[in-house]
Design a binder for this molecule. Structure first.
Ligand code: AP5
Ligand code: MG
Ligand code: ZN
Length: 215
């Protein structure tokens, strides 16, 4: 199963992907996580990506496509994978089609986690993320609070607030999503791959909606 998770910043792609990883035993491929890990390792690609991420802008297509192409050539993807935060532009979607075509593979579903903008702002303003890149669990100070303040329930690492989770950058990311990424909804609908899931409500409920949508 090769699934694309579509949705605005804060719609719950990462949260749901982590649950689907458990259930389906296929890896999550998050371009945002790849860039944050590269930054932590201090690679030139990570440093370059950060200049865009801090402004809430998209990392240039050629960089992103190169990263994904490399990831999709790894041997751990036999059973499929979940793409979280990629593709984000029409150029990326078309590049993905090209990569899949040379591999003789195809996308099974593109799941849109649909959440209104004002809710997204609330979610991102209160998000806390686990420092450990191997874990990367997400919490929310009100909607999904960790058992112990500032500590990850899953692995015990420290929680932090992402640099791009401030009101100004959040608004910018929303604008970028609405202008550059939302056309992909139509793109995948035209291919008959779109599964729209209402993304407001308890996390577990949204998870079962996604499960139903991909079954
Ligand atoms: P990326 O890391 O992908 O960020 P994003 O798309 O902005 O999405 P988020 O990770 O912020 O949100 P999410 O949907 O994963 O939500 P989450 O589950 O955490 O990208 C960051 C940057 O990297 C981009 O701005 C860009 O610069 C660059 N980049 C990445 N990919 C790129 C690409 N392909 N092309 C170009 N540039 C790229 O949940 C959010 C919060 O809500 C959490 O606190 C969570 O606990 C809470 N929550 C989750 N579900 C619920 C619920 N049902 N009810 C209440 N709260 C909930
Ligand atoms: Mg995410
Ligand atoms: Zn953790």
């Amino acid at each position: 199963m090769r699934i694309i998770l579509l949705g605005g910043p804060g719609s719950g792609k990462g949260t749901q992907a982590k649950m689907l990883v458990e259930k389906l035993a296929i890896p999550q491929i998050s371009t945002g996580d790849i860039f944050r890990a590269a930054l932590k390792e201090g690679t030139p690609m990570g440093t370059k990506a950060k200049t865009y991420m801090d402004k809430g802008e998209l990392v240039p297509d050629d960089v992103v496509i190169g990263v994904v192409e490399e990831r999709l050539s790894k041997p751990d993807l036999d059973k499929g994978y979940m793409l979280d935060g990629f593709p984000r532009t029409l150029a990326q979607a078309k590049a993905l089609d090209g990569i899949l075509e040379t591999q003789g593979k195809s996308i099974s579903h593109a799941v849109l986690v649909d959440v209104p903008d004002e809710e997204l702002v609330k979610r991102l303003s209160g998000r806390r993320t686990c420092r450990s890149s191997a874990c990367g669990a997400m919490f929310h100070i009100m909607f999904n609070a960790p058992k112990k303040d500032g500590i990850c329930d899953v692995c015990g690492s420290e929680l932090y607030q992402r640099d791009d989770d401030n009101e100004t950058t959040i608004r910018e990311r929303l604008g970028v999503y609405n202008n550059q990424t939302s056309p992909l909804v139509e793109y995948y609908a035209a291919k008959g791959l779109l599964r729209k899931v209402q993304g407001v409500g308890p996390i577990e409920e949204i998870f079962s909606r996604i499960e139903k949508a991909i079954n």
